[in-house]
Write a protein that binds this ligand. Structure first.
Ligand code: GEK
Length: 245
């Protein structure tokens, strides 16, 4: 069994063809290392998600983690939320990811408190929610389906509830966009990724991870009804927002 920090070397050697990125067994085996070395501020974001969730969780409500991967944000919520009768629901459509997540929750003694669902977040009911986390998940949803998902999240949230959304973003101005990408690639080099790894991973993600501008996110969130949209973290081209109903 891969350990928690099995090194990510998936793109270290030249690949004949670069297939679209998938959250399969190979990725799941190195995911903890991959996300920590690829998302600037990841551990700070995870800890902060628990802290923010604790401010918005309501008694007798549900707290969702959509695209939960190994359950890091769910575990952070579990640690910080103390309101009575909160149910935690973690959803991911990668079976390999859900299986590994289940092991993580067992080790953390949280498996009985969290409902783990293997399924597409586009098909899942979201009801009676006080907290919905989408930590770097919306970017993997086809752009034309994002608004209806956000509408369902808004409808499923109780008044005063929060959507905690993190995304990789792009900037409309090409020069500024390139600058953020260059800084981000320097961050990846500093974390031990080679030029080959950076460029092959970029190709694998090109059609799968579609970033939008901060303004596009803000407008859509406003459009579905969120009344306050507060950015609370940015590092290079990665941003986290709290959208309050
Ligand atoms: C973390 N939130 O560690 N339905 C369900 N899950 C999906 C879907 C979908 N339609 N599309 C993608 N996923 C995590 C990190 S990773 C981000 C999230 C990244 C899942 C996918 O299987 C993967 O586990 C997750 O969303 C995205 O805080 O790897 O950059």
């Amino acid at each position: 069994m891969a350990t928690d920090r099995t090194p990510d070397n998936i793109y270290a050697n030249p690949l004949e063809t670069i297939v679209d990125f998938k959250f399969d067994d190979q990725v799941v085996g190195v995911f903890a290392d991959m996300i920590n070395r690829s998302v600037p501020g990841y551990s700070t974001i995870i800890k902060s998600l628990g802290i923010l969730a604790s401010q918005y969780a309501q008694p007798d409500s549900r707290c969702y983690d959509l695209g939960c991967s190994l359950g890091a944000a769910t575990l952070s919520m579990r640690q910080q939320v103390s309101q009575p009768n909160c149910r935690f629901i973690a959803i991911d459509n990668s079976e390999a990811m859900i299986n590994r997540c289940r092991e993580h929750l067992q080790v953390a003694n949280c498996d009985e408190q969290v409902e783990l669902i293997c399924g597409d977040i586009l098909d899942q009911n979201i009801d009676e929610a006080s907290v919905v986390i989408m930590n770097f998940t919306l970017q993997f949803i086809a752009p034309e389906l994002r608004e209806q998902l956000l509408q369902r999240i808004y409808q499923g949230l109780k008044p005063g509830g929060v959507l905690l959304l993190s995304e990789k973003i792009r900037i409309d101005d090409a020069e500024s966009d390139q600058q953020l990408i260059d800084w981000y690639h320097q961050f990846k080099r500093a974390n031990g990724y080679s030029e080959l790894e950076i460029s092959q991973k970029r190709s694998a993600l090109e059609k799968v991870l579609i970033p939008e501008t901060l303004e596009a996110h803000q407008q859509r969130l406003q459009g579905v009804g969120f009344k306050q949209i507060q950015p609370w973290f940015q590092c290079f081209n990665f941003i986290s927002l709290a959208a309050i109903k």
